[in-house]
Design a binder for this molecule. Structure first.
Ligand SMILES: [Fe+2]
Length: 187
C-alpha cells in the first residue's frame, strides 16, 4: 500500500519508512539517523517552511540501497523512483534523486538522462542535505568534508564511479559546504 504522504509533517513518516525499508541494514539506518540529526542542526539555514522537507529527505536519502528497491543499482535514482511511486511530494523525490551531487556520478555511469527526470535545484535545502550527508560517515559518525571525501575514495576505490566523478563532483560539494557555512554564520 502506498504511504500516505499527502499531509504534513513528513519527517516522522520518512523516519518510519526508512526504519522499515532499511530494517536489515542497521549500519545504513544509523547513517540515515545521523544525517537526519545533522540536517535538523542545519535547519536554521533553510526557510522555516522547508525544514520538514529537509529532515524528511535526510531520513530517506539512502533508501534506494534497499535490495528490493534496486532497479537501476544507482541508489539516488532507485530511492527517488520508489518515493515517487508511493506518492511522496515531488520536492522530496527530487532532493533524494540529487543528494550529494548524484548527477555527477549518474553522468559517469550513463544514467544522467534518467536522473534528469527529477528536478535539480541548487538552493539552501539541497545544500543542507548534501552537507549533512557529506559530513556524516557510513556508520553515522561525524566527519569533516575532507575526511568524508577521503573515506569515500578509500572505500570505493580509485576506479569507482564515485572516484571518476570526483573532479566534477568535489568542487560542487565544497561550494555547497561553503554556502552552508556562510548561512550558519548569518544565524
Ligand atoms: Fe548518505
Amino acid at each position: 500500500m502506498a504511504e500516505d504522504a499527502t499531509s504534513s509533517p513528513l519527517a516522522p513518516r520518512a523516519q518510519a519508512l526508512t526504519l522499515r525499508i532499511l530494517a536489515r541494514d542497521r549500519v545504513r539506518v544509523d547513517h540515515s539517523a545521523s544525517v537526519a540529526a545533522h540536517a535538523l542542526a542545519l535547519a536554521p539555514t533553510v526557510p522555516a517552511a522547508d525544514r520538514d522537507t529537509l529532515v524528511a529527505a535526510a531520513w530517506l536519502h539512502d533508501i534506494g540501497y534497499a535490495t528490493e528497491l534496486g532497479e537501476t543499482g544507482f541508489h539516488p535514482l532507485d530511492g527517488a523512483r520508489y518515493l515517487q511511486a508511493q506518492g511522496w511530494p515531488a520536492r522530496v523525490c527530487d532532493l533524494v534523486a540529487h543528494h550529494s551531487g548524484a548527477r555527477f556520478v549518474a553522468a559517469v555511469i550513463g544514467l544522467g538522462e534518467q536522473l534528469s527526470q527529477f528536478g535539480f535545484v541548487e538552493d539552501a535545502v539541497s545544500d543542507a542535505l548534501t552537507v549533512a550527508d557529506q559530513t556524516t560517515g557510513p556508520h553515522g559518525e561525524a566527519l569533516s568534508l575532507d575526511q568524508r571525501l577521503r573515506e569515500k575514495h578509500d572505500r570505493h576505490g580509485p576506479d569507482s564511479a564515485d572516484a571518476r566523478a570526483q573532479p566534477q563532483r568535489d568542487p560542487y560539494l565544497r561550494a555547497a559546504a561553503d554556502r552552508v557555512e556562510q548561512r550558519l554564520r548569518l544565524h
